[in-house]
Design a protein around this ligand. Structure first.
Ligand code: PHE
Length: 357
């Protein structure tokens, strides 16, 4: 008994970590441990022998158990001390400054455009970026076989195996917000809808994600003349010039009839864009009178209501106004680029106070 005690107490004292200690515990007190086996032998002893050996063995087991627990606590303390020594932190050191960012040109321009249209009585509407194909296409007068669907280079979301419903898409334009907004709020209405859109395309002037701003005005007697005035007012305010000239070029969109692409008179002298003068025309948006089918899709009676819609690329007009040559840099999160082209957080664009300063 004394030999056993000496052996195990020495082993416990000698264990250098918790794994080693656990090994000692198993050899002594585990199911097949030495002490456990000895206790099982008690059954074979005569009652007299058992009366002596029983309490002695119990005492030894308790003693070893206590020693194990004490050693375990000591090892844990030592491990914690070791960690604390390794992980100390000098809280009196000066903090490291987070790099200062700027307001991204897309955010700034979105805010500028929103301010201009707010001034003309347009509210802001929003819709989801993951859209059903019904909102992105069907409701906009593009049935499943419509060839215009192919031109959109659509990203499709995966459906679960065996689910044969048409897949959701990453919206290819902000036009589905027209449907959602009219279906929810009815008519008359005047809204813009800025946001992200997605198409599979990538070069100096295309990125797979970009930004559009949709415009929608529906009432009983809205006409193309009003579309033209609104866009002219917008361009004068946005490009901060007194005079602009727009050219409406007949075009085709499934969701407008008639449709027009709108060009802005400008000149490029020495790479410098001048709006309102010169011999060049620059396309800035697509527009038209909302197609009766689109109104019907949104639950609006086309015999009673009509209006215009337009869609404009935010990134593109940001590049034009602020002379930014490559669209891809917009989304590279390069701090040097942001410091050059970004805006101060305190620059709140307002129509009366100046948009860009
Ligand atoms: N949705 C069209 C596009 O992405 C733009 C547009 C919007 C044209 C509204 C007409 C009316 O190209």
């Amino acid at each position: 008994m004394d030999d056993l005690r000496d052996k195990y107490l020495a082993a416990i004292a000698g264990a250098v970590d918790e794994a080693g200690l656990e090994e000692v515990r198993l050899t002594a007190l585990g199911k097949k441990g030495e002490i456990s086996l000895k206790m099982r032998e008690l059954g074979k002893m005569s009652p007299e022998e058992r009366q002596v050996a029983g309490p002695a063995l119990n005492g030894l087991r308790d003693e070893i158990d206590t020693a194990l627990k004490a050693r375990k606590a000591a090892l844990a303390d030592a491990a914690l001390d070791e960690r604390l020594k390794g992980e100390w932190l000098d809280v009196t050191l000066p903090g490291r400054r987070r790099p200062a960012g700027t307001i991204h040109p897309v955010s700034q321009v979105t805010e500028e455009v929103t301010q201009i249209f707010a001034d003309m009585g347009f509210a802001v509407a929003e819709g989801p970026q993951i859209e059903s194909d019904w909102y992105n296409f069907d409701a906009l007068n593009m049935a499943p076989e419509h060839p215009a669907r192919q031109e959109h280079d659509t990203f499709f979301m995966a459906r679960a195996e065996g689910d044969n419903r048409p897949p959701h898409v990453l919206r290819t334009h902000t036009s589905p917000v027209q449907i959602r907004h009219m279906a929810e709020h009815g008519t008359p209405t005047r809204v813009i809808a800025p946001g992200r859109v997605y198409r599979m395309d990538m070069d100096q002037t295309h990125t797979p994600m970009f930004h559009q701003i949709e415009g929608l005005a529906i009432d009983r007697d809205i006409s193309m003349a009003q579309l033209k005035w609104v866009l002219e007012e917008f361009c004068r305010a946005y490009f901060e010039v007194d005079h602009v000239e727009l050219r409406f070029r007949a075009s085709h969109f499934p969701f407008t009839e008639p449709s027009a692409e709108v060009d802005l008179r400008c000149s490029w002298e020495g790479g410098q864009l001048k709006v309102g003068e010169g011999d060049s025309w620059m396309e800035i948006l697509g527009s038209g009178m909302v197609h009766p089918h689109v109104l019907s899709s949104a639950g609006v009676d086309p015999t009673e209501w009509q209006g215009f819609a337009f869609g404009m690329g935010i990134d593109r007009i940001a590049m034009l106004k602020y002379g930014i040559p490559d669209l891809r840099a917009f989304f590279e999160s390069d701090l040097r680029w942001l410091r050059h082209y970004g805006f101060s957080a305190l620059d709140m664009p307002t129509v009366s106070g100046g948009l860009s300063r």
